[in-house]
Design a protein around this ligand. Structure first.
Ligand SMILES: Cc1ncc(COP(=O)(O)O)c(C=O)c1O
Length: 483
């Protein structure tokens, strides 16, 4: 029995019989990719939404030719959002490092499974080693270690499962065995994943207690202390505080040292969601922003954001890794038992686990700590330029003083009635996209619409920023009379 050649050619023949054909295919795809991405600065940041309908992406009855596949691929390139364009400044999506793109390609070819050591003998070790080093960069002690997961929500989830099992002394996770309802505390500006997690870990979204933030969008310590006392008084069981180091909308950092003190006094688990801001640990100049994070029981961090690694790539770090294992491990009887390098699938919410570590590793090799430091410092410099432009214009207001490279601002010209300002800013966002291709997002925050920028792209220049602001001025000039 023999499969047809066109079917076998869907694989890299392990005896090398189709090497030339594969080489040609890879070169063609690489050329197509390169043609698109080396011109990404001239392609729309955010292509007009096209509704393809359910019939467009039909599963073919028979194999398609390489040319047909290439044209399907082109359609995906052309209609996708384009964070490689420096004018894409609306979200936390980055242009990925070249090594991280290559890392995904290589990881897929290797197709190891980080579920177990026998299915990923070197990659499991790589993951243990790199996450341990990150834990130490964040100032966690020698007892620490970490895991990679597919995104920040899952990293926060793994941390809060452990917090629940550890602090409530239910390593089986059975919260129904408790006499009272457990609660966690987090700022009103923390990421929505914290609420989602409240639902997933069985405490309910109503037991994720929102703490007020001050005018700089940082968690208010007095409100935190008051809420802890209040919740205890009504018979609830506080077990964790989730602090944010880099809030999603405005990039603010909760007062980590003070929160750590409150957590210690009340014997609560401290989880720091440093998904975004954690990257500053690589900058000598700015790492002080994370002061206090070293007291955390767990930290979540996404290299897929400010470390420029392709999505998805996230990690969660634990102060006491052994205790994390005790609070989570479910052995897989079909896997060879491991004790030195415990099978990652036994201690991670993922079962079969993608080798995200490969693209992170290659990216770290390519940049080194010094390269990352330069990228982070560059972001801060370009942010300063942006803030200076805002402060030159009385009609532009910041939501709070930016601490990282996320800036949330809006136009409030005197001539425009308060009730019309949201519409005005929405119109400004559309104008900038249509006329200049600058893509800024438009979050609703503190009851108003704001223009939000995340200044990540290493190809952003002072010239870009100046041209953006002259367009904002032009809009203001042109339309305030007609508003
Ligand atoms: C502070 C913060 N935490 C958590 C998340 C969730 O991460 P992910 O979207 O990777 O699940 C985000 C996403 O932007 C975030 O900004």
């Amino acid at each position: 029995m023999q499969l047809k050649e066109n079917i076998l050619n869907q694989f890299i023949n392990p005896q090398g019989s189709n090497k030339d054909l594969v080489d040609l295919k890879l070169q063609n795809v690489t050329n197509q990719l390169l043609n698109f991405f080396s011109d990404a600065g001239n392609k729309p940041t955010n292509p007009k939404f096209k509704n393809f309908g359910t019939q467009h992406f039909k599963i073919p009855s028979n194999p398609k030719s390489d040319e047909q596949i290439s044209s399907s691929l082109q359609e995906l390139f052309d209609s996708s959002m384009n964070p490689s364009n420096p004018k894409y400044i609306g979200h936390m999506d980055t242009i990925p490092t070249l090594w991280s793109i290559i890392g995904d390609y290589v990881a897929s070819a290797m197709n190891n499974n980080l579920l177990s050591l026998e299915m990923s003998p070197v990659l499991t070790q790589l993951e243990y080693s790199i996450t341990e080093q990150f834990a130490s960069l964040f100032g966690l002690p020698n007892s620490s270690g970490g895991l990679m997961l597919g995104g920040g929500t899952l990293s926060n989830l793994q941390a809060l499962i452990i917090a629940r099992n550890d602090k409530l002394n239910i390593s089986n996770g059975n919260i129904a065995s408790l006499n009272n309802e457990p609660v966690i505390f987090t700022s009103e500006h923390s990421h929505s994943s914290v609420q989602k997690i409240g639902m997933i870990i069985g405490i309910g979204t109503e037991n994720v207690i929102k703490i007020k933030a001050d005018k700089n969008s940082k968690m208010d310590i007095q409100d935190l202390e008051r809420q802890i006392t209040e919740q205890k008084k009504i018979g609830k069981i506080p077990f964790a505080i989730v602090a944010t180091a880099g809030t999603t909308v405005s990039g603010n950092i909760d007062p980590l040292k003070k929160i750590a003190k409150v957590a210690k006094q009340n014997k609560l688990w401290l989880h720091v969601d440093a998904i975004y801001g954690g990257a500053v640990i690589f900058s000598e100049k700015h790492k002080h922003l994370m002061n206090g994070i070293e007291h955390a029981n767990s930290i979540a961090f996404n290299p897929q954001k400010w470390l420029y690694v392709a999505k998805t790539c996230s990690m969660v770090l634990f102060r006491d890794f052994k205790s994390m294992i005790q609070n989570f491990r479910i052995t897989a009887p079909y896997m060879k038992e491991q004790n030195e390098y415990i099978n990652l699938g036994e201690i991670n919410i993922h079962g079969t686990k993608y080798a995200e570590i490969v693209k992170l590793w290659l990216s770290l090799l390519g940049l080194g700590k010094s390269g990352i430091r330069e990228l982070i410092d560059f972001s801060f410099e370009i942010t300063e330029t942006f803030i200076t432009e805002i402060s030159k214009r009385e009609y532009l207001k910041l939501t709070s003083r930016p601490e990282l490279n996320i800036i949330c601002f809006r136009a409030e010209p005197n001539q425009i009635q308060n009730s019309m300002l949201d519409k005005w800013n929405e119109k400004l966002q559309n104008y900038l996209l249509a006329k200049t291709d600058f893509f800024l997002s438009l979050p609703r925050y503190k009851g108003k619409l704001w223009l939000r920028t995340v200044l990540l792209n290493p190809f952003l220049t002072k010239g870009h920023i100046e041209s953006l602001f002259s367009e904002i001025d032009e809009f203001n000039e042109k339309y305030h009379k007609t508003a």
